[in-house]
Write a protein that binds this ligand. Structure first.
Ligand code: ZN
Length: 267
């Protein structure tokens, strides 16, 4: 083997093994990506302009807290534009009806657009409480108006809600996801192919948590014969406890994979 062939061979092996690492074992890297994503905030106010809009400083302070949640992978978010849209007739957004129209009118390309409304109506089977975002994957989505549009309800907006929707936007499922890949067993034996596909978030039966971050109603998993220990303080769960909410390293790595593939067009 000459020098050139040997080099090509070594490079190829490196590429194959790093891909395998991402595909099979989320949670095994400690990569620091070093990317800043741009956010644009569009704040819709009601027709009478009577409902106080969010202020720019409120949004900036939530983004500051948000950035702490992503600091482990050296990713942060910067507000590059803030726009109040006064007297807007679509202050209530019905998913599938108003969102497309608003995103068509007010949209910056290749950045993440946040639309804030007084009310959001979402008829999905398991809607998020305070907003919704388009799901990310390793495939680059078509450049539609809704590709980079996240809708948020003003009165419950905070850094945890924003982190949750950005989690979906960068390809994370809810920890209690069961409809896409089936339920995860409480012993974690099928963690890479079921639930949220991330192995360091434990199976989540979506119960309720007490203020101490414990699943208050202990649930037994008939399929594995052990009790669930769901990640009640995880950003992608819906327990909403008082504890600090965080992403696991496995979730960080899944988001990194999607930031570098399907969402790599973002500035
Ligand atoms: Zn969710």
């Amino acid at each position: 083997m000459n020098k050139f062939k040997l080099l090509t061979f070594i490079t190829l092996i490196g590429f194959v093994s790093s891909n395998a690492q991402y595909n099979q074992e989320f949670g095994s890297t400690d990569e620091c990506y070093g990317k800043t994503f741009s956010l644009v905030a569009w704040v819709l106010t009601d027709t009478a302009n009577s409902y106080d809009p969010l202020t720019e400083s409120q949004i900036l302070s939530e983004i500051e807290t948000l950035n702490n949640k992503f600091s482990e992978i050296c990713v942060d978010f910067k507000l590059c534009q803030f726009k109040v849209l006064p007297n807007h007739r679509q202050d209530k957004i019905i998913k599938g009806i108003h969102d497309e129209e608003i995103a068509a009118l007010y949209r910056k390309k290749n950045v993440i657009n946040l639309y804030f409304a007084k009310e959001i109506e979402n008829d999905d089977p398991d809607p998020g409480p305070c907003g919704y975002a388009p799901m990310g994957s390793i495939t680059t989505p078509a450049d539609t108006n809704l590709r980079d549009a996240i809708f948020l309800q003003k009165d419950c907006f905070d850094s945890d809600i924003l982190a949750h929707e950005l989690g979906h936007y960068f390809g994370l499922y809810n920890t209690f996801e069961t409809s896409s890949f089936g339920p995860e067993s409480a012993d974690g034996s099928n963690c890479s192919t079921t639930g949220d596909l991330v192995c360091d978030t434990k199976a989540d039966p979506k119960g309720s948590a007490d203020s101490e971050c414990h699943l208050s109603l202990a649930k037994f998993d008939d399929s594995s014969g052990v009790y669930f220990e769901p990640p009640v303080c995880n950003i992608m769960s819906s327990y909403n406890p008082s504890c600090d909410q965080f992403f696991t390293r496995g979730q960080m790595n899944r988001m990194l994979m999607i930031m570098k593939t399907g969402r790599s067009y973002l500035w």
